[in-house]
Unconditional design. Structure first.
Length: 258
């Protein structure tokens, strides 16, 4: 079995694969610092709770956008799972050619997403990840990745509203019954959700216009991706396991002949 780990700004998401099938997933918060022992014990317990014996974990791969957790997390994997993890970064085989001006600036999570989208759906493909930030990344038909757009995520925008505006409350992020809101909470929900839909559709149209790729496939992932993809016909596929699948694909590319 292979354990894949996506370290995001809000959560650490784990997936366990048996051959090519994902058999379980679980999460823990990434903002709260932990020691390597705490990570190790928590991971073992979460594996057990999901019916996985940690002794059956043969390999581990990690993509992280939170450098501060990596020392403790890597130490935990080595000590408690007896595996030296692959860390997605320079020198790791991905099957994607990065043509950006400064490849080292590109987050590992974005690389993992485009690898999965290209392998699963082919190119050209535009990958939307609705996470802490909302990202739009383009891979051409040759598997070249060098173009991306980064925007504030829905939760960042919501947090700005209720933290920086004295009279606006913290709200649930969901689509209201109508964009024509008659009270504060639904008016905030309308602005957040319909604003994100409008931004998404405009960016997709503009990417298609500037690239000339009218046949561009659009694939979305991320926690709030389904909320947005259900409201627009400009997203072709919502794939909630895209990032974890990408990690497994990269793991296989680097361990195929070992």
């Amino acid at each position: 079995m292979v354990l894949v780990i996506d370290v995001g700004n809000t959560n650490i998401t784990f997936g366990v694969y048996k051959e090519n099938e994902m058999i379980t997933t679980f999460r823990m918060m990434s903002k709260q610092p932990k020691t390597s022992d705490e990570y190790g014990i928590n991971i073992r317990e979460l594996l057990k709770a999901n019916g996985v014996d940690f002794k059956n974990i043969e390999g581990v791969i990690i993509a992280s956008v939170v450098p501060n957790v990596m020392h403790s997390l890597t130490g935990a994997i080595i000590r408690y799972l007896n595996c030296t993890p692959i860390i997605v970064g320079p020198g790791v085989k991905t099957g994607i050619v990065i043509t950006a001006d400064n490849p080292r600036e590109i987050g590992p999570d974005r690389i993992v997403d485009v690898v999965a989208a290209y392998e699963k759906y082919g190119g050209p493909v535009l990958v939307l990840d609705f996470g802490t930030a909302t990202t739009y990344d383009l891979v051409n038909e040759k598997g070249e990745f060098g173009v991306g757009i980064t925007a504030p995520g829905i939760r960042i925008s919501a947090k700005a509203l209720w933290e920086d505006t004295a009279k606006l409350p913290e709200i649930e992020i969901k689509k209201p019954k109508s964009i024509l809101a008659s009270e504060t909470i639904s008016s905030m929900q309308a602005g957040l959700v319909y604003g994100q839909i409008g931004q998404t559709e405009y960016i997709i149209r503009q990417v298609k216009k500037e690239t000339g790729l009218s046949d561009l496939k659009v694939v979305a992932t991320g926690g709030l991706g389904r909320l947005i993809s259900d409201e627009t016909d400009m997203i072709d596929v919502y794939d909630p396991s895209l990032t974890l699948d990408g990690l497994k694909i990269i793991y296989d590319k680097n361990c195929k002949n070992k």
